[in-house]
Design a protein around this ligand. Structure first.
Ligand SMILES: [Fe+2]
Length: 281
């Protein structure tokens, strides 16, 4: 199934159920308190490195500010030990999963992309409790709320997740440097080591405000997204940063910043999960 078909194959019913799940936060995962604690610790370390005031609210504000301007933040090895191992084993079962009402699977040339929409639903809190707890984290909800505070109708939190396993490829999906026509804020977890050879994302730091201006101008006087606007960006290798990091790292990314996948070298595999948040329409 192609990427466009995968996007269409998730039913309307699943979207409605997802909205319901978002309104009523489910806290049944046995991993929730450990993961909330790990994320909070990572936030504090990040804040500390930025010379912050050592409280969670300040760290969240700083992340919002940096992601809006620079385009991304990485918190290296934020999740580790048993919890990361559990996330990895859940990742494996998702990669082997069959298609379902809330799950679309795309397999081609050894690469696997599983789209789960909605993900924050009770069944998944039982089936994949560690990954569920990660996306159910209070800190991520709070960052998302702050990120979209200027949006009249607020934000939709983790409307879907994509689970990717990508072996060697010289032509990765989304390989051209671009910004997304529909802006999202993404929370990534690196479930495995992601060295430069395993094809991490490339980003053009600081490009978000410039691209945002172009995107917003294209929407003036229009209700819907435009198809025609050129969102492909030219940048030299020196102008981009490779987002390589150890297993368990968290990456937060605004798709207004120019980004693209990089080549996966022979003998390497890229294993990541990304969850999407967007302004409510
Ligand atoms: Fe993109």
């Amino acid at each position: 199934m192609g990427t466009s078909n995968i996007l269409r194959s998730v039913s309307r019913k699943s979207i409605e159920t997802g909205l319901h799940a978002f309104r009523e936060k489910v806290t049944t995962s046995p991993f929730q308190s450990t993961i909330d604690h790990d994320i909070e610790t990572a936030l504090m370390q990040f804040d500390d490195a930025q010379g912050g005031r050592k409280n969670t609210a300040d760290a969240e504000d700083k992340i919002v500010e940096i992601v809006k301007t620079t385009g991304y933040v990485i918190m290296p090895s934020a999740i580790s030990g048993d919890v990361l191992e559990k996330m990895y084993s859940e990742f494996r079962s998702i990669i082997d999963a069959e298609e379902g009402d809330f799950c679309a699977v795309d397999r081609h040339d050894g690469a696997v992309c599983v789209r789960m929409k909605p993900f924050l639903r009770t069944n998944y809190s039982r089936q994949y409790p560690a990954i569920f707890a990660f996306y159910n984290a209070d800190a991520f909800r709070s960052i998302t709320r702050k990120y979209y505070t200027d949006c009249e109708r607020g934000a939709e939190y983790v409307t879907e997740i994509f689970v990717h396993e990508t072996p060697e490829t010289s032509d990765p999906l989304s390989g051209k440097l671009h910004w997304d026509r529909a802006q999202t804020l993404k929370f990534w977890i690196y479930v495995d080591e992601l060295p430069e050879e395993a094809g991490p994302m490339l980003i053009e730091p600081g490009s978000g405000p410039r691209n945002r201006e172009i995107r917003v101008a294209e929407h003036v006087g229009k209700d819907k997204l435009v198809g025609g606007v050129d969102n492909v960006v030219e940048a030299t290798r020196q102008e981009t940063t490779v987002l390589a990091a150890p297993a368990g790292s968290i990456m937060i990314h605004d798709t207004d910043a120019s980004h693209g996948a990089s080549e996966v070298m022979p003998g390497y595999v890229r294993r990541i999960i990304r969850g999407h948040c967007r302004a409510r329409k």
